[in-house]
Design a protein around this ligand. Structure first.
Ligand SMILES: [Fe+2]
Ligand SMILES: [Fe+2]
Length: 237
């Protein structure tokens, strides 16, 4: 038996995924798309490692690493776009960490393609390609997601609060019989969210009855009067 060929796998047989790390709530950044991407990356990486640990060949490991690389590249791009949209102040530092991981993936790719089956020991060094992937996944989850990605969670929450406050501010509620007047409504859009409102626009012959779900974009420069037919709410954008 070629003991050196088995060494890289056998010494890791006792390490199940659950003993290393599970993907749980502690790694959620509270963004459904990003959380799903993190989970998928973790799943792909740990599956690749387990397949290799259980005797899988390099022919299985190589395409698994390709898939993992593609997923991580698209995740990094997506995450950087989200962070840019919310104006995250540490985006440059964060993107630099992503670049380091892109480089690591590229090195693993080169290592895997220069590696021959049955060569776990070369020049006194243990070459364990499946374990390299698992170590990389641990660095990604414990080292990056649990720290750097968690670092933008507060910025995400604050951005959501600002967006929801802005949306709430632009919702206007009227009780039945109330009146709301806008002097220069042209190019603004009125969206009735509930109840029913009556729009009278100076210079426009026909009035408009807007019911829940209905919208109207003002084309006239004349003043707009909104009368609540029922208890109503509307947005004015
Ligand atoms: Fe990240
Ligand atoms: Fe991330």
């Amino acid at each position: 038996m070629n003991t050196s060929a088995l060494f890289g796998r056998m010494q890791l047989q006792h390490l199940s995924r659950s003993k290393l790390l599970e993907f749980g709530d502690h790694l959620f950044v509270d963004h459904p798309v990003i959380d799903a991407q993190h989970r998928a990356i973790f799943g792909l990486g740990t599956n690749a490692y387990e397949n290799w640990r259980d005797g899988g060949s390099l022919d299985v490991l190589r395409p698994a690493l390709e898939q993992l690389t593609n997923l991580m590249h698209s995740h990094f791009s997506y995450e950087e776009r989200v962070l840019g949209e919310i104006g995250y102040e540490d985006l440059k530092v964060h993107a630099a960490e992503h670049r380091t991981m892109r480089d690591e993936l590229s090195s693993m790719h080169d290592q895997l393609h220069s590696f021959q089956e049955g060569q776990e020991i070369r020049e006194g060094l243990l070459l364990a390609p499946g374990w390299s992937i698992m170590q990389f996944i641990l660095r990604f989850t414990v080292g990056h997601v649990a720290h750097s990605d968690m670092g933008y969670n507060q910025a995400l929450v604050a951005s959501r609060k600002r967006a929801s406050a802005a949306a709430t501010r632009s919702v206007i509620k009227l009780s039945k019989g109330d009146r709301f007047r806008v002097e220069q409504p042209v190019a603004h859009k009125i969206s009735c969210l509930s109840g029913s409102v009556w729009l009278t626009i100076a210079g426009r012959q026909q009035d408009i009855n807007l019911k829940s779900g209905g919208t109207h974009v003002c084309r006239n420069a004349g003043a707009l009067v909104i009368d609540a037919v029922d208890d109503s709410s509307f947005r004015f954008d």
